[in-house]
Write a protein that binds this ligand. Structure first.
Ligand code: SF4
Length: 282
């Protein structure tokens, strides 16, 4: 048996904190690029919204201020190499990274401890929503999302019939987007999970949001579906801030999983223009 690679949880906490601090104030290069391009393209009433978003991005980055007052609930997708030994408590390290980033960055603490009985703020933005996956190799990779809830509240699950066609899926996505209208702070990014079970589809729709907006789906059939969905979402005319325009979405990404013969779960997660994400690889 080969020697296990070892990393300390101190390093995990510090790297995660750094990545979260950056993600809260600076959009990644792919999102910046698509926003700039969309702003040049937009001729509708919402052109001003794009200008304001770009100004906002500039100020946030220069001043080191959060991009939005809603600094989100943190989602962490951890891929843990089976040949990696973690020295320390991983969950504790992840929580420390989140807590310290929200404290140091003056990010709004947006998490309540109990969803119904007692909606008291946890005061630390803890806990994050964490998913663990065991993979080959000796690395730890964490994909992170700072998820705003204006857009999260517009996300939907559709348990479609197994006979549902490609067009039926497109219609369900368009229904979700048009019902959302201006509420999720468009231009939006749409993450789609297709297949699995209800819960699996939902997680896939979040994982889809981790993909770069510049990336293409490896399967040409789904690549084509992503493009058509983007085009048809833009044709709804919702536009930036819901004011009407040619650009409603910046990107559509799909993740799939095998499913049961009797169903076709479809999850649509909507993200706002503040498409804050990051990656830590150790
Ligand atoms: S949906 Fe996004 S842009 Fe709108 S308030 Fe929430 S985090 Fe901010």
């Amino acid at each position: 048996m080969g020697a296990m690679r070892e990393i300390g949880c101190e390093e995990v906490a510090a790297s995660l904190k750094k990545a979260l601090l950056k993600a809260g104030v600076e959009l990644p290069a792919d999102v910046k690029g698509v926003m700039k391009e969309a702003s040049r393209r937009e001729t509708g009433r919402s052109a001003l919204v794009f200008q304001r978003c770009l100004e906002n991005m500039d100020v946030a980055e220069k001043e080191g201020l959060p991009l939005c007052q809603d600094t989100g609930m943190v989602l962490l997708f951890c891929e843990i190499g089976q040949d990696l030994r973690l020295d320390g408590d991983l969950n504790e390290a992840l929580e420390r990274g989140v807590r310290e980033a929200y404290e140091e960055g003056y990010f709004r603490k947006s998490v309540v401890m109990d969803p119904l009985k007692d909606r008291r703020n946890s005061g630390t933005n803890l806990p994050p929503v964490v998913y663990h996956e065991l993979v080959k190799g000796d690395r730890l990779k964490i994909n992170l999302l700072l998820k705003g809830f204006g857009s999260e509240n517009c996300s939907r699950i559709h348990m479609l019939k197994p006979t549902c066609t490609r067009e039926g899926v497109i219609e369900a996505v368009l229904k979700t987007v048009t019902e959302a209208g201006g509420s999720p702070c468009p231009p939006i990014v749409v993450g789609i999970g297709l297949g699995g079970t209800m819960d699996k589809a939902a997680v896939l729709s979040k994982k889809a949001l981790c993909r770069s907006l510049d990336s293409h789906h490896p399967d040409p059939w789904y690549d084509e579906l992503e493009r058509e969905l983007l085009e048809r979402i833009n044709k709804t005319g919702i536009g930036g801030g819901g004011l009407g325009g040619d650009v409603t979405a910046l990107g559509v990404k799909i993740e799939t999983y095998p499913t049961h013969i009797a169903g076709l779960p479809l999850a649509v997660t909507i993200n706002c223009w503040a498409d804050r994400k990051g990656e830590v690889v150790l």
